[in-house]
Each structure stands twice: as C-alpha cells, then as structure tokens.
Write a protein that binds this ligand. Structure first.
Ligand SMILES: Cc1cc2nc3c(=O)[nH]c(=O)nc-3n(C[C@H](O)[C@H](O)[C@H](O)COP(=O)(O)OP(=O)(O)OC[C@H]3O[C@@H](n4cnc5c(N)ncnc54)[C@H](O)[C@@H]3O)c2cc1C
Length: 265
C-alpha cells in the first residue's frame, strides 16, 4: 500500500497515503498500529483521495479532524500544491475540492495526523450503547462495532445500487427546530452552533412516509431512509425525481429544506 510515515513526535504520527489507497484499508492499517482518529470512519466505501472531497464523516467523526495536508495536482499546468487542513475549507460534507477546485485537478496524497494516545469517541448513541459495560474498549473494538452497525443498516452497493446517504442532515434555526419538536416530542435535536440545530434528515423522511417505499425501479431503504436505492433497470431520472419528491414533501410538511449530500452532475 502507498502509505508512509512522514512525521512522528511524542503525541502524533503523520501518515501520508496515496489517493488510490482504499480508505478502509488505511483505517485498518491505523487501527492495527493503535493510531487513533479514523476508527469511527470504518467501513466507508471508496478511496483515500475522495475522502477529503466531501469530508467523509460518520459516527461523530469527520476526516477533517485528522487531516494534516492534502496534495493536489492542477490539470491546467500539472503543477502541484499542498493544502493545509485550514486551506481545505472543510465543512459538513463539504470542502474546497467540492466547490472552488471542483474539476480543476486531482488529489494525489493525503497526510493524516493520528494520535498515539487514542481517546474513544462514543458520542454517537448507537456506539455508546454498544460500548456500554465494556472496560477500556480499544479502537479495534470501536472499529468492529461500527463495521457491524453499518453492515446491519446500510445496503451493500454490490447487491443493490446506492451511494450511502443521499441527503445531508439540515441545520435549522432554533425557532423552527423547537416548533417541530413541540409537535413531535420523539424528534432528537443536535445543537449546531449558536441558536441552530441539526435535524436528522432520516427522521424527516420517515415522518413523511417514505421509509421502505418503492417507486418503479427506485426506492428508499427500509432500515435507513437517508439511503436511496437503485434497483435493476433504474434510471438516473427516476432517482432524481424521487429525490425531488422527498425534498418537496419534507418542505411542505416541516418547512425544512433538505439537500443532497451526493454530487449530482
Ligand atoms: C454504502 C455506502 C455508505 C457510505 N457511507 C458514507 C458515510 O458514512 N460517510 C460519508 O461521508 N460517505 C459515505 N458514503 C459515500 C462515499 O463512500 C464517499 O463519498 C467516498 O469518499 C467515495 O469514494 P470513491 O472513491 O468511491 O469516490 P467517487 O464516488 O468516485 O468520487 C466522489 C467525488 O470525489 C471526487 N474524487 C474522487 N477521487 C478524487 C481525487 N483523487 N481527487 C479529486 N477528486 C476526487 C469525484 O470526482 C467525485 O466528485 C457511502 C457510500 C456508500 C455506497
């Protein structure tokens, strides 16, 4: 694997990985050596070079938390430039590579800063629950738990076409969030900055009756309504139409705008 150690101090290991390294192989590599920071991002499909593009995230972690630098080659003159983590302008499923630099070049290497003294990140309810009662769980345990939660909830793309989460979780004003919570006490709100809350898009979509629904050759996953499914014979138009119907229905019912997490060209 195209992975090398490029820095090492008392607290951190700096690991430079080629864009073509399978992301989950890199996670395994780190976890096997006890280097923490990416274990919550276990079992996310794809390559390391794509990870910064949408700032992959899961189970309370984002790759931007451990990115030290990203190397990028421009198509126009084949020049190379290194972007620091700050320069990557990371946001929720967002980065400079998804916006200003989209189509301008290619990420060639990613350098991660991993901790030698991992702190278990169990902020996410499912992970906290699974770790409950375990003494001193390791990052290995966290990786195993997250991999099995994902396998139980997410459809395997080699069996049925899907891109993982199709929608982002919307961030709404405190006023709107609390008014929805008032009429739907089961709603879980997650503070997101001052006077804003993140609402699970899966909850909104489920409330609108889409969970498990199939329309022609496309549908909404029964175990995780954030995931749209493309069954055999599905067309791009069918999928886009379903996504528009969902967006519109959520807007009409809750006055909340949800937007795609996936890149639609
Ligand atoms: C079942 C399933 C579960 C998923 N779960 C998650 C999840 O939990 N969290 C999450 O964040 N994502 C998730 N995803 C989305 C997906 O895994 C990530 O977006 C991943 O980074 C895509 O990697 P890829 O190599 O397949 O990239 P592609 O899908 O091929 O590309 C994604 C985008 O990145 C660009 N890109 C790819 N490589 C490079 C490069 N080297 N340089 C510049 N641009 C590049 C592409 O042009 C494209 O715009 C999931 C997807 C599936 C199918």
């Amino acid at each position: 694997m195209d992975i090398s150690i490029v820095g090492n101090d008392c607290a951190y290991i700096y690991l430079r990985a080629g864009a073509g390294v399978v992301w989950d192989d890199l996670v395994q590599f780190c976890v096997d050596r006890g280097w923490g920071g990416v274990e919550n991002l276990s079992a996310i499909p794809g390559c390391t070079g794509a990870a910064p593009v949408q700032n992959i995230g899961a189970y309370g972690a984002e790759v931007s938390n451990v990115i030290h630098a990203v190397e990028f080659m421009f198509y126009n003159d084949l020049s190379a430039r290194e972007f620091s983590c700050v320069e990557c302008n990371f946001g929720y499923r967002d980065s400079i590579f998804k916006r200003e630099l989209k189509g301008c070049g290619i990420i060639t290497y990613v350098t991660l800063r991993l901790t030698k003294n991992p702190v278990i990140n169990a902020n996410y309810e499912d992970v906290k629950h699974a770790l409950h009662g375990l003494d001193n769980p390791s990052i290995h345990t966290v990786r195993d738990i997250i991999s099995s939660i994902r396998a139980s909830k997410l459809p395997d793309p080699s069996v049925v076409g899907n891109a993982g989460s199709f929608f982002k979780n919307p961030v709404v004003s405190e006023k709107l969030a609390l008014s929805i919570k008032n009429s739907h006490p089961s709603l879980k709100l997650f503070p997101s900055g001052e006077k804003y809350y993140k609402i699970p898009a899966a909850w909104l979509i489920e409330q609108c009756g889409f969970k498990g629904k199939r329309v022609g050759n496309v549908g909404v996953h029964a175990k995780q309504p954030l995931v749209l499914l493309a069954f055999e014979g599905a067309t791009g138009d069918e999928l886009i139409n379903l996504s528009h119907t969902i967006i519109q229905t959520v807007k009409e019912r809750f006055n909340v705008d949800i937007e795609p997490e996936v890149n639609i060209c």
